[in-house]
Design a protein around this ligand. Structure first.
Ligand SMILES: [Zn+2]
Ligand SMILES: [Zn+2]
Length: 250
C-alpha cells in the first residue's frame, strides 16, 4: 500500500497569506502546505480521502489520472470544496465515482453540490453517494471506520489494515482509541501546539501516540504556527512532520 500526502495544511493552508507566515520558515518548501487530503494506492485501486480545495493541483502533481472511490471524513469545506474537480477524473475514465460519507453529511453535500450527484441540464452526474458501514470493502480492500469528536461535530477515522487516518481530532469516544493499537502507520491531525475548541493540542496528541504506540506517526492538518524543523526537533524519530507530496509504502 502506498500513501501520498496530497496536502497537510489546516483549513487556511500555510502560510496564511502573503507576509502572514506565522512561525514558519518560508525558505523551507515543506512549510508550504495545501489543505489536507491523502491518496492511497493498493491492489491497483486509488482511494482518495477528502477532496480539498487544492485537489486539482494535488492530483496533477501526483500524476494521478484515476480515482476509484472517495472517502469523506466530514463536511467542513477544507475537506470537501474540491469536489467539483472530480469531474475530470470521471470524464477521463468514463466512470461514476462513488463517494462514501456518513449519513449526517448527505443532505448538506446534496444541497451544496446537487449537480455533481443529480446532474444539471446538459451535464450528467459524475459521482454517486454511498453509505458508510463500520466495516465495508472497496474492490477487495477492507476498510474500518468509526467516529471521533471534532468539537461540535464528528469526523470519521478510517483504518485500512495497519494504517489509520484521523484528521480534525479533538478526542476519541469510549474505548475507540484501542482500535488503533499496533498500527504500522497513523496519520493524525495536529493543528497547532495549543488546544483549540475543535482540535486537540500537542500534549494530547502525544498522549494518544504514547498510548497506541504506532510504529510510525505522521502529523497532518498543520497551521503556519508549526514549523517543520522546530517541531521535528522536539519529537521522537518515529514521528514525522508531514509535508505535501510525502510518500510512504507500508
Ligand atoms: Zn479541517
Ligand atoms: Zn474540520
Amino acid at each position: 500500500m502506498k500513501i501520498r500526502m496530497l496536502g497537510c495544511g489546516g483549513s487556511f493552508g500555510s502560510p496564511l497569506a502573503w507576509n502572514r507566515n506565522g512561525n514558519i520558515d518560508i525558505n523551507n518548501n515543506n512549510n508550504f502546505r495545501t489543505r489536507s487530503s491523502i491518496l492511497i494506492n493498493t491492489d491497483n485501486t486509488n482511494i482518495l480521502i477528502d477532496t480539498s480545495p487544492d485537489l486539482r493541483q494535488q492530483l496533477y502533481k501526483a500524476q494521478c489520472t484515476r480515482i476509484d472511490a472517495v472517502l469523506f471524513t466530514h463536511i467542513h469545506s477544507d475537506h470537501t470544496a474540491g469536489l467539483p474537480d472530480m469531474r475530470a477524473m470521471s470524464l477521463i475514465n468514463d466512470k461514476i465515482i462513488p463517494a462514501y460519507m456518513p449519513d449526517n453529511m448527505k443532505n448538506d453535500i446534496l444541497s451544496h453540490y446537487k449537480f455533481i450527484f443529480k446532474g444539471d441540464k446538459d451535464y450528467k452526474p459524475f459521482m454517486k453517494i454511498c453509505s458508510l458501514n463500520n466495516f465495508f470493502s472497496i474492490n477487495n480492500i477492507k476498510i474500518e471506520t468509526f467516529k471521533h469528536n471534532h468539537g461540535s461535530i464528528d469526523v470519521q477515522t478510517y483504518k485500512i489494515n495497519n494504517f489509520a487516518y484521523s484528521t480534525d481530532l479533538k478526542k476519541f469516544y469510549n474505548n475507540d482509541l484501542d482500535k488503533l493499537k499496533n498500527l504500522d502507520l497513523w496519520i493524525v491531525g495536529l493543528l497547532r501546539d495549543e488546544p483549540h475548541p475543535s482540535h486537540a493540542g500537542f500534549d494530547q496528541i502525544m498522549e494518544y501516540i504514547n498510548y497506541i504506540k504506532p510504529k510510525k506517526t505522521i502529523f497532518t492538518h498543520m497551521t503556519a504556527l508549526l514549523d517543520e524543523k522546530k517541531l521535528s526537533s522536539k519529537i521522537p524519530k518515529n514521528i514525522i512532520v508531514g509535508y505535501d507530496g510525502f510518500e510512504i509504502n507500508i
